[in-house]
Design a protein around this ligand. Structure first.
Ligand SMILES: [Zn+2]
Length: 291
């Protein structure tokens, strides 16, 4: 843990809570895929890069979540490197507190406890067709983030960002976060068809076969949708939330409430898109009904 490890030829990764991809075409310059999950990990990664004689030439952010962008400012200040992201992720990397505002607004929890404040603001270039570093291809992976991408290096190593979560993550968080549940399922189906030599999820070990884990994620998400469907008739969001955590026997801290509540709403939205439920304003409450 917390070490740079070889994957294949010029492609390496820093094994951490959120893995960082490293692609070095010439043994001197390194393109990082994401920039670490915590400020203290950033320094450990940088020290090991220096020991390998590597200079950071670019950081590609797969998405804006704090555990993927913590080293942006540090690496740019130290190496003058490029920072790249997709257009919709850019404002949240520039202003990390925006995302905190999105989930914590109006909730009586100190916003300062939000992990999003760990990342310092940084300015990224928007990725377009012709401005990627040599040897790097991107793959859109909609669902988990606003406009998340994966990265495939010239060694055919596929960095999957948070599209495919580990079994451990599912066990630990019970209901991990996705902005758009149905897009996440479509993305997972697509990933099953992409032929890479090695796949690297952000929160799991590299593997030469991703199909089973992608299917595991699809099955878990479909189960969560079914559970919400069974609980929503005539209920509003707060009541569905309460029944959900009771049924799943989930113990949440107050600070975890906002994100979890958003995820319940996102599951409801996926069922609306499926045509299985609809929302109605009834007797001063927004309630969900089966169709
Ligand atoms: Zn994420």
């Amino acid at each position: 843990m917390f070490e740079i490890k070889s994957i294949k030829n010029n492609t390496w990764y820093f094994e951490s809570f959120s893995n960082v991809g490293i692609y070095t075409p010439d043994g001197k310059n390194a393109v990082l895929i994401d920039s670490c999950d915590h400020p203290r990990m950033v320094k450990s990664l940088d020290r090991q890069l220096s020991e390998m004689g590597l200079t950071v030439s670019a950081v590609i952010n797969t998405h804006c979540h704090v555990d993927h962008i913590c080293g942006n400012r540090y690496f740019q200040e130290k190496y003058g490197c490029r920072l790249l992201s997709t257009e919709k992720e850019k404002p949240f990397i520039r202003y990390p507190d925006l995302e905190s505002e999105l989930y914590y607004a109006g909730v009586d929890i100190k916003k300062e406890s939000s992990p999003f404040f760990l990342a310092e603001p940084s300015e990224t270039e928007i990725i377009w067709e012709n401005n990627l570093p040599d040897g790097i291809k991107i793959v859109p992976l909609p669902g988990h983030g606003f406009e998340m991408i994966g990265v495939i290096t010239a060694d055919n190593v596929f960095f999957l960002a948070d599209s495919v979560l580990s079994k451990k993550t599912w066990d630990q968080y019970r209901l991990p976060f996705f902005h758009d549940v149905n897009s996440t399922i479509e993305t997972l189906e697509k990933i099953k068809t992409v032929k890479a030599d090695i796949y690297v999820p952000s929160h799991d070990a590299p593997t030469d076969s991703i199909e089973d884990l992608a299917q595991y994620n699809i099955d878990r998400l479909k189960e969560k949708k079914e559970l919400v469907l069974s609980l929503c008739e005539g209920r509003n969001v707060d009541s569905i939330y309460t029944e959900y955590v009771k049924k799943e026997n989930i113990k949440l801290r107050a600070s975890q409430y906002p994100m979890f509540a958003v995820m319940i709403k996102n599951l409801l939205q996926s069922l609306v898109e499926d045509g299985k439920i609809h929302a109605e304003y009834d007797n001063y409450r927004l309630v969900y009904e089966l169709k």
